[in-house]
Design a protein around this ligand. Structure first.
Ligand SMILES: NC(=O)c1ccc[n+]([C@@H]2O[C@H](COP(=O)([O-])OP(=O)(O)OC[C@H]3O[C@@H](n4cnc5c(N)ncnc54)[C@H](O)[C@@H]3O)[C@@H](O)[C@H]2O)c1
Length: 304
């Protein structure tokens, strides 16, 4: 039985739920929201959809005890308007750290023994706090991190070169936030290092990185939030866990060097983060990574 849970069914949580149900990925789904009416509304809407689907998902709501045998639990509670209004994901930390304080004991008490994928912002700092307060292993708790930012970088580079974004490989690393950076040394286009492509010799790489970073605000300024791309990233990570895919993805994982969660390439499989991958970053990229990781570490250290 492929069983998922989602805590927080706002714009992101409900899109994750919709994807899991309509693509037939979940056999069973638990929805929890502090707004009971909202959870009930999403349950009924998803149940109504199923008369037109060829797959069936049992959708239950509001019962932490039901998380006991959930394999993948997404955390997408919060209030997105706080970070979109200020343009800084850390603005939401006061609220989302309080959410963690409230839900962590309930998750633990349920007997949950699966994998947690955090989506809440500021993603790296919240994931660190969630791991600390649940006491679960660092393998079992990770965040979507720069998986989404990497997709944005692939889009921006793909548009620039007029090729499919899936022909662009590489990583955005560090914070899912303002101190993130594109590790251009890792970016390859149709198998070739981007910096060695003749057509890229006049590219302004800083401007491309900035365009990828601004992707979130471009979407949010038009619709008030982001949902489709992040839900797609989250579902794909959940599927990697369930199928023990062991694919390498840039997610928010624990770095022992900086004693914090931060966007790093990791092998995602049935145990969550199976291992992390160390890239041969150049000196400038190493400095950017250190700066980003230290900033996240210091923000979490301020919490009690
Ligand atoms: N990691 C990423 O790449 C990424 C991308 C988009 C959004 N986000 C973040 O994901 C989170 C959700 O975004 P959204 O647009 O769905 O927000 P939203 O404001 O639409 O929905 C948040 C939901 O969480 C619920 N909630 C709040 N506190 C709760 C609690 N204690 N227990 C249970 N439910 C609670 C609210 O009732 C609401 O339904 C935000 O933190 C947002 O910043 C992250």
């Amino acid at each position: 039985m492929r069983k998922f849970g989602i805590i927080g069914v706002g714009n992101v949580g409900r899109t994750v739920a919709y994807t899991l149900v309509t693509k037939g990925i979940a056999d069973s789904l638990v929805l929890i929201d502090k707004d009971r009416k909202r959870a009930r509304a999403e349950q009924v809407d998803l149940q109504d959809a199923q008369a037109r689907l060829s797959t069936t998902t049992q959708v239950s709501i509001q019962d932490y005890e039901d998380l006991k045998d959930v394999e993948v639990l997404y955390i997408s509670a919060g209030d997105v308007s706080i970070s979109t209004n200020g343009g800084n994901r850390f603005d939401e930390f006061k609220l989302t750290s309080a959410v963690v304080k409230e839900i962590a004991p309930k998750i633990v008490a349920s007997g949950f023994h699966g994998i947690i994928i955090d989506i809440m912002n500021p993603c790296d700092a919240v994931t660190s706090y969630l791991q600390k307060l649940t006491g679960f292993s660092k393998q079992r708790v990770f965040g979507t991190g720069t998986f989404l930012d990497t997709a944005r970088m692939q889009r921006v580079v793909g548009e620039k070169l007029n090729i499919n974004s899936r022909s662009v490989e590489g990583y955005v690393l560090g914070e899912h936030g303002n101190t993130q950076f594109v590790a251009w040394s890792s970016v390859r286009v149709q198998g070739k290092a981007i910096k060695e492509l003749p057509e890229a010799k006049d590219f302004d790489f800083d401007a491309l990185a900035d365009a990828a970073k601004q992707g979130a605000w471009e979407v949010a300024s038009g619709k008030g939030f982001t949902s489709d791309a992040i839900a797609t990233c989250a579902v794909s990570l959940g599927q990697a866990v369930l199928s023990d895919a062991r694919i390498v993805c840039p997610v928010s994982g624990y770095s022992s060097l900086y004693d914090t969660y931060v966007g790093i390439p990791a092998i995602v499989g049935k145990n969550g983060i199976e291992s992390t991958v160390t890239l041969p970053l150049d000196t400038a990229e190493q400095a950017k990574f250190a700066h980003s990781a230290q900033m996240i570490h210091d923000s979490v250290a301020k919490l009690d």
